[in-house]
Design a protein around this ligand. Structure first.
Ligand code: SF4
Length: 347
């Protein structure tokens, strides 16, 4: 598997015109670049608005940092008691095992923290301290493995992590967030699937997919290997301008996910990551998209549209709301999927 990592390689393979190489070099000096062959092959080099290229090919607009953007947009650092752990909510923690990804998304909310210049994984000492933290906090019910992409680690290392989590009685659920099934589907081997499955507690896998074209035949097979092993699959999608911000694309994506046995879970509003303004939509546009999706697709295809509140205050669902008016009287006004309003008794 070839991965393109430099502006020169992107030019050589026709993904960036040679006159833009110097400008793209400035971007790649600032933010990590990796484009694996499996995703590169999906790009139509003749389409200046190709949705796959827009997600993964660096753009000079990334050097335009807006005042409202933050290096740590969702406030991980404010909730990190020990290296590798983010403890924002009482019943769950993030365990950031690595800062490496198979592909670097141009809108990444952790773009200041991920990249090949960072350590591949937590050091053995940091991992011991992270497990000690989880062990000593009895309210932690769920551990979410994230990064970077945790499935970049070898099955041997993942097996060791899962074994340690299996031994902690109060941890009942492990969730893994990954883009690997679409970025490098061949890495989701049966060995890796076995490594992440714990007999004593459920492992959920949340797969990051933003455009239906990413669900290629090999990607679907990788998801099937996980689902066939009894691992429940969830989706996480980032709303990206020019990629999936139309009802047609979002409808196709959500249906394709469900067809792959992936329950649609989160649609993330774009975070205020530096240099990503050109990839963000406004909240009203996201709400309108959700409203249109509700009107045309099965309930299985309805993710929750969420925003991570800057500063580390967590996720909130951001609508749209279908209760359009709640007066002081006994009736609420509820809107149906066609936009028609109905009265409903408040109690
Ligand atoms: S896979 Fe996730 S962590 Fe890695 S670059 Fe993309 S959004 Fe960021």
């Amino acid at each position: 598997m070839t991965t393109l990592r430099t502006a020169a390689q992107l030019c050589e393979h026709g993904y960036v015109p040679s006159e833009r190489q110097q400008a793209i070099e400035k971007v790649s000096a600032r933010y990590a670049v990796a484009l694996p062959e499996s995703l590169a092959d999906l790009i139509d080099r003749n389409d200046p608005n190709d949705p796959i290229a827009r997600q993964f090919i660096p753009n000079v607009a990334e050097l335009d940092h807006k005042p409202e953007e933050r290096s740590d947009p969702i406030g991980d650092d404010a909730h990190s008691p020990v290296e590798g752990i983010v403890h924002r909510y009482p019943d769950r923690v993030l365990l950031k095992l690595t800062h490496i990804c198979a592909v670097y998304c141009r809108f990444c909310f952790r773009r200041e923290m991920v990249g090949p210049d960072k350590p591949v994984g937590l050091s053995p000492a940091a991992l011991v301290a992270a497990f000690a933290y989880i062990r000593s906090h009895h309210r932690i019910w769920e551990v979410i493995l994230t990064g970077g992409d945790p499935l970049i680690l070898s099955p041997r290392r993942l097996r060791a992590v899962m074994k340690s989590l299996a031994a902690i009685g109060h941890v009942k659920v492990v969730r893994i967030h990954t883009k690997m099934p679409v970025a490098e589907p061949d890495r989701v081997t049966t060995d890796l699937v076995r490594a992440i499955k714990i007999k004593s507690k459920p492992t959920y896998v949340a797969v990051h997919v933003n455009h239906p074209r990413e669900l290629t035949a090999p990607a679907r097979e990788a998801c099937a290997r996980l689902a066939d092993a009894g691992i429940p699959l969830l989706s996480q999608t980032v709303l990206v301008a020019g990629v999936n911000d139309t009802a047609d694309v979002m409808d196709e994506l959500m249906r394709a996910l469900v067809e792959c046995r992936i329950k649609t879970y989160y649609l993330h509003h774009g975070d205020l990551a530096p240099g990503t303004a050109h990839l963000r939509t406004d909240v009203a546009a996201g709400q309108e998209l959700m409203r249109r999706l509700r009107g045309r697709a099965s309930g299985l295809c309805q993710p929750t549209y969420v925003l991570d509140i800057p500063g580390g205050h967590g996720k909130s669902p951001i609508g749209p709301s279908y209760v359009t008016q709640c007066g002081s009287g006994a009736q609420a006004v509820v809107e149906d999927f066609n936009g028609v309003e109905h009265r409903y008794p408040v109690r």
